[in-house]
Each structure stands twice: as C-alpha cells, then as structure tokens.
Design a protein around this ligand. Structure first.
Ligand code: ARG
Length: 458
C-alpha cells in the first residue's frame, strides 16, 4: 500500500517493518477523539482563511459521516492502516478527494496524537471517578449496616483495640475520596490543548489555537510547542493515580481474603463473587479479591513501563512514545475492571457480627482501657501499663480473660481497683469512649458517614 508519507523514500517498506510500526491495533479506540479533533482543526482552518469556508465545511461534514458510519458499523476500521490518524485521513480523502488532503495543513500527527490521548483520557477519568464513587457508596452503606458491629482492630495483625467494623470500612472511603482527588488533579493539569504545536516548532500559518482549544473544551493551550508534543507526564500522573487506587483496592482485597477465611470468618462473600475448587468440595474461594490484589502489580508495571520509556528521550517526538498507549490503556482497563467487580462484591457481602465480637473478646484488646482506668484514678500511665500487663500475664497463665478475673485478684495488684472496672473494660465502653475526633466511637462513625454521604451528594 502506498504511504501517505511516501515522497522522501521511493522503496516499499518491508511487511514486517510495517506491522512493527503500526499502532492501529491499539490506538483505534481513540477514533472518536481523533475525528472530533480533526473537526475542530478543519473549522479553525476555515475560520482563519487557511482554507476557504466552503473547503472547511465539507471535511467537517465528511468527518461527521465517518464517525456516524463507524458508530453504526457501516464502516469498519482498516487494520492495515498505520494508525488511527492515517486511517481517518485516508478515509476522508477516499470520500472527498483532494479536499480531504487539505485537512493536515498546519498540523502534524505529533500534536494530533498528543491531543487524541488527552481527549481520550479526559473521558476515561470521568468514568473511573464515577466508578470509585459507586464503590465509596457501597462501602458507606455497609458501614451503616455495621455501626454496632464490634471487631478487633489490629496492628502487626495482632489484636490491638476494639473498633467498629463500620469504622474500618469508612477508612477505605477516606482513601478512595483522596484517590478521586488525585484523578481530579490529573484532569486539571491535563486540561491544556497541544493542538497547533504541530510537528515540534509551531507553524508559519496564521492559526488560532485558542479557537480549537475552546471548541474541544480545554481551559488553555500549551505554551511551548516542544513540550506540547513530547511530554506524557499526564499519562504518568494518571497511572500514578491508578497505582495508588489499586494499592488501596489491593489492601481491601487482602482484608476481604483474610476476613472470609475460616480463621477469621468475619464476613461471608456472596456466591456470585466466589469460586469453588476443582478437587476440594468444601472450598469457597475469594478469587475476585485475589485477582484484584494480583492485578495491582500489573498496573504498577504499566506505570514503570511508561516512566522507563520516557526517561532517556530527547525532545521532541520520538517513536518510542507510541509505546505510551498500550501501558496507559491497560492500566485504565484493569482499574475499571477491578472497580466493576469490587463494588458489587462489597455490596453483597454479609458481615458475621457474632464472630467479630467473639474474636474481640479474646486477645485482651481492652488491656489499654484497663491501664487507662488506673490512670484516671491517679496512677501515672507507665505504672498503670505495668499493672495491666501483669494482669494479662496472669490471665494467660490461668486461661481466663480480664472480664472474668475476680475483683479480689485485681485488688492484689492495686488498691485503686473497684467494681466499676468491669464496666470500664467492657468492649462497648472501650469503643464508646474512643470519641476523639476521627476515633472509632459511634458518634465519630456517624459523623464520618455524614461526611461521606455529603461528598457523594455533591
Ligand atoms: N502512531 C503514532 C504514535 O502513537 C502517531 C504519531 C506519529 N508521528 C510520527 N512522527 N511518526 O505515537
């Protein structure tokens, strides 16, 4: 096939080299953005008199028809084309003849691809943000259902202090709200048009970049043409946001896997989001959560791939940069896929409150509160800590728990102990009294739920 750029060279390129060079297999997904960008460009050429008004109208209509035909299936993308930009332009030329050939005046594929990618990612970011919101809503709803569920809170995966299950779930809502913030930041910085930067140095034509930018919904135009065509920092930023989001999803997945195990049994996953074993009849495996955890590594890999591709590139465009898209698209697809499974998996899981409570009753997670009891009666914290520790050791030796130790034993350790200690170390009191801002008390949890709901409503 004769190349649109044939001229400098006379010989045919090798078939293998053509395939190697081609990006249509993965950049064809940007056809909508490519066509929209080209329509804005044609309109600008007409408005500026670079082509006549009449000459602009036809390619604009022609592009709209190509888009409609692609959407309806009347036209399919030619997979032997070099890339989506070449495909659209050659299809337009096929339909309009010489007029189609005028479209690429005062433009290069270098600013075109930078534009298409930004337009495409702008839409994807919106989708991802709304999917994160759906997950936050599911988590918040679960939190509401579990405002009374006491579970052990852990440090070092050792039982530490009692918390509400709602508090634990809300922690993830907070992380995910920050994740949305990171996607918003990325979108904000990405909101400048590279169109008109041309190959690298700008153009001699009297173009109006602001006109194009405004038509395409950008807030501003990029101020340096070399920068406009050669940086992909927005892709890196976006994948960093994706990586952080995946890190959060992965930690949540890890907890779901633990909670669903027989050792914990704090939750039961819906059958819809588990699998069986081909050999062990008793199994109900949390594969979805494991896959989300697993796919996190893949998204980190995509981020590293782009960073590594860019690190040694001289300005401006280099063909290495064609590698940006597969990494970015894979990260986005993976993130969307994971969110689409995570949300219903959370929404359909059941919490086993009695098991959580039972786990909280063992393990002396009220030992801090026992020490605090003595502190409130006047003992310095370190001394109180020591007494509480000795009492825990005694319980372990005698196979009992703090709640069941008789008052007389307590009083052997300190005269400050009185009957009111049992109320003070009950799990309900321990949770209730952690009413510092952001703590696990029911009042604090209620406040967090309100905050999350307000966030979702705006
Ligand atoms: N397919 C190319 C890419 O994705 C488009 C830009 C080509 N530019 C060029 N000067 N060869 O990067």
């Amino acid at each position: 096939m004769s190349k649109m750029w044939a001229g400098r060279t006379a010989g045919e390129t090798d078939k293998l080299a053509d395939d190697f060079n081609s990006s249509i297999a993965f950049d064809s997904r940007m056809y909508r953005q490519d066509i929209t960008g080209s329509m804005a460009h044609a309109a600008m050429l007409g408005k500026q008199g670079i082509i006549t008004d009449g000459e602009a109208e036809q390619p604009i209509n022609g592009l709209a028809e190509i888009l409609a035909d692609l959407e309806s299936g009347a036209l399919s993308i030619d997979m032997t084309a070099e890339d989506i930009h070449m495909f659209v332009e050659s299809e337009l030329t096929r339909r309009l003849g010489d007029l189609g050939k005028k479209l690429h005046t005062a433009r290069s594929r270098n600013d075109q691809v930078a534009l298409d990618l930004r337009l495409y990612l702008r839409d994807e970011i919106k989708v991802i943000m709304s999917e994160i919101k759906a997950l936050i809503a599911a988590l918040c709803e679960k939190a509401e259902e579990n405002k009374d569920a006491i579970m052990p809170g852990y440090t070092h995966l050792q039982r530490a202090q009692p918390i509400l299950f709602a508090h634990h779930l809300l922690a993830y809502c907070m992380m995910l709200m920050r994740d949305i913030g990171r996607f918003e930041d990325t979108a904000r910085r990405m909101n400048a048009s590279p169109l008109g930067c041309c190959a690298l140095a700008g153009t001699t034509y009297d173009t109006d970049r602001h006109f194009e930018a405004e038509r395409l919904g950008f807030g501003e135009v990029m101020q340096n043409s070399l920068d406009g065509v050669s940086d992909r920092d927005f892709g890196v930023e976006l994948m960093s946001a994706c990586s952080l989001l995946m890190m959060h999803l992965s930690r949540l997945s890890e907890e779901i896997i633990l909670w669903a195990s027989w050792e914990f049994k704090f939750i039961e996953l819906s059958d819809a989001y588990t699998t069986g074993s081909s050999i062990m009849p008793q199994k109900k495996n949390p594969d979805m959560a494991e896959l989300i955890r697993g796919k996190t590594g893949r998204v980190y890999g995509d981020l590293m791939a782009l960073l590594t591709t860019l690190k040694g590139l001289p300005l401006a465009y280099n063909k290495d940069m064609q590698e940006d898209k597969e990494a970015i698209f894979d990260a986005l697809d993976t993130v969307k896929l994971c969110l689409s499974v995570m949300t219903p998996m959370i929404a359909t899981m059941t919490s086993l409150k009695a098991n959580m409570k039972k786990a909280a009753q063992k393990g002396f997670i009220n030992a801090t509160d026992l020490a605090d009891y003595l502190v409130k009666k006047g003992l310095p914290f370190r001394a109180a800590y020591k007494i509480a520790g000795s009492l825990v050791a005694k319980c372990i030796a005698e196979n009992t728990v703090l709640e069941d130790l008789p008052l007389s034993v307590y009083q052997d350790y300190s005269e400050l102990f009185d009957n009111d200690l049992y109320g003070e170390i009950s799990l309900e009191t321990c949770v209730e009294k952690r009413s510092s801002e952001g703590g696990t008390s029911p009042a604090s949890v209620e406040k967090q739920i309100t905050l999350v709901k307000e966030y979702l409503a705006k």
